[in-house]
Design a protein around this ligand. Structure first.
Ligand code: SF4
Ligand code: F3S
Length: 390
């Protein structure tokens, strides 16, 4: 089987297709700050009302929010697959004979409860007692939970694509969005079984499968996906993950250099991490981890979680690297704080940006300025008589 480089694991591994051109100028990507998510599911309903409100799509939630550690749609999707993988194996290396990818088909019951585990905490909540919160440095609460928005990752080594014997799934040249051609699909459901994130879903009314489309019509027009623009918590920033430090100016007075999400994911100041990189698909949605959650849990969720350590991660162990990233998210640098201002600031795609002492600005793909914000909101005091509670 051909080998493919996987920078998220720091090694190469089996992948059923010849590696395609490694880096495009443009690739769909997203960063989600989990610390801002309040589980309102506005994103989930924005996605559903846009894409999956037809017949046979009743159970299709391309976008959903899970309460960690007990939520999961389908139920227990992550632990079930992790249990099947030998330590350090990707889903391609663990494939059973005659298959390209290790996966499983969730049964009907596992799909029936998208909100299972909502708001359930880890640890026992003492009734009638005050929960103490005076923790020493390096200690974490025993009782915790957090919200994890989940969507298709438009992976660089997509398992859905690798699994389909009809080659009905393809990756778009222009932006890396992974699409399913329903004309070619014959309903084999290998994609449903093979995607470790369980995002392709079968439509029993049409007899073919469907998968998330990355809101490509909006991307083509220069707008962010609906789950991003509708998010009231301003949890997300969408853009071109491949725009690195040497990229030229897109035009006008826009600076050259990285996109804001490329900075959060690929700069030395790494603050956003892929979800379960150990599966081997190179997901392109990255998460700023919750800083109140014990690092042991986050290590298995957001790092390769092996004994081998790469030199582009901070710290000597993956647990240490998670603690360092948590601290960077808790106390962001001026630069990261500036980029955080861009989350939810505009419905336009921000291609390039600048952070100064006072302001943060963003430009689109045409070099047009689409965001210009102060670090601190200006205070406006209204003239005239003020209302008082008398
Ligand atoms: Fe395919 Fe699943 Fe990756 Fe989306 S998350 S590109 S459906 S393997
Ligand atoms: Fe292929 Fe999935 Fe259709 S495996 S044939 S795209 S159901």
């Amino acid at each position: 089987m051909p080998q493919v480089e996987n920078p998220q694991l720091g090694r190469s591994h089996d992948y059923p297709y010849e590696p395609r051109e490694e880096e495009r100028d443009y690739h769909w990507g997203m960063v989600v700050n989990t610390n801002r998510c309040i589980n309102c599911n506005t994103c989930s309903f924005a996605c559903k009302s846009t894409w999956t409100s037809g017949k046979g799509e009743e159970y299709m939630w391309w976008m959903n929010v899970e309460t960690e550690p007990y939520g999961g749609y389908p139920m227990g999707w992550d632990m079930r697959l992790l249990d099947d993988l030998d330590s350090g194996q990707t889903i391609y290396e663990a494939a059973e004979s005659g298959e390209q990818v290790r996966g499983y088909i969730a049964d009907k019951e596992e799909w029936e409860y998208p909100a299972l585990g909502d708001d359930q905490v880890h640890g026992e909540y003492p009734t009638g007692e005050v929960v103490e919160s005076d923790l020493d440095e390096g200690e974490y609460h025993d009782i915790w939970q957090f919200y994890l928005p989940r969507l298709c990752n438009h992976c660089k080594n997509p398992a859905c694509l690798a699994a389909c014997p009809r080659q009905a799934i393809y990756k778009r040249e222009e932006d890396g969005i992974v699409l399913l051609d329903q004309e070619r699909c014959r309903g084999y459901r290998r994609c449903v079984k093979g995607c470790p994130y369980h995002k392709p879903m079968y439509n029993p009314e049409t007899g073919v499968s469907e998968k998330p489309v990355g809101c490509y019509p909006r991307i083509e027009e220069g707008f962010v996906p609906r789950c991003v623009s509708s998010c009231i918590g301003k949890t997300r920033l969408h853009g071109n993950i491949n725009r690195g430090p040497d990229a030229p100016s897109p035009g006008g007075d826009a600076p050259g250099g990285r996109s804001p999400i490329n900075y959060l994911v690929h700069s030395d100041e790494k603050v956003a991490l892929p979800l379960y990189p150990q599966f081997g698909t190179r997901p392109q949605v990255f998460y700023m981890p919750p800083y109140h959650v014990p690092p042991e849990f986050l290590t298995q969720m957001f790092t390769p979680n092996t004994d081998e350590k790469r030199n582009d991660w901070p710290g000597d162990t993956y647990r240490e690297s998670i603690e360092i990233v948590q601290e960077r998210v808790r106390n962001p640098s001026h630069h990261v704080l500036g980029i955080l201002q861009l989350f939810g600031a505009t419905t336009k795609l921000i291609e390039t940006y600048e952070v100064t002492d006072e302001r943060v600005r963003g430009w689109d793909r045409n070099g047009e300025k689409v965001a210009d914000l102060p670090f601190e909101e200006e205070l406006e005091v209204r003239e005239g008589e003020q209302w008082t509670n008398q």
